[in-house]
Design a protein around this ligand. Structure first.
Ligand SMILES: [Zn+2]
Length: 76
């Protein structure tokens, strides 16, 4: 028998955008939340190998979400 106690884990890092952004869904201008989502392959619930990173930005009010680039995330 082979047991593979593994899976994937996503570890988010969040920060606020430096400048307020207008949201065309809820019409508020707020500092959006920028999120870096690191996806890891986990063994026994311990993240061991990073395999992808995604960057998103979302409105803190209605959670309208956009995919952004690493450069946009780093710039804030
Ligand atoms: Zn919104």
């Amino acid at each position: 028998m082979f047991f593979f106690v593994g899976g994937t884990q996503m570890i988010p890092e969040q920060k606020y955008s430096r400048e307020a952004q207008y949201c065309d869904r809820c019409h508020h201008t707020k500092h959006w939340i920028l999120e870096k989502q690191r996806h890891w392959i986990a063994l026994f619930f311990i993240p061991v190998i990073p395999y992808s990173t995604k960057y998103i930005a979302y409105c803190p009010i209605c959670r309208n979400t956009y995919i952004i680039t690493k450069e946009m995330y780093d710039k804030g």
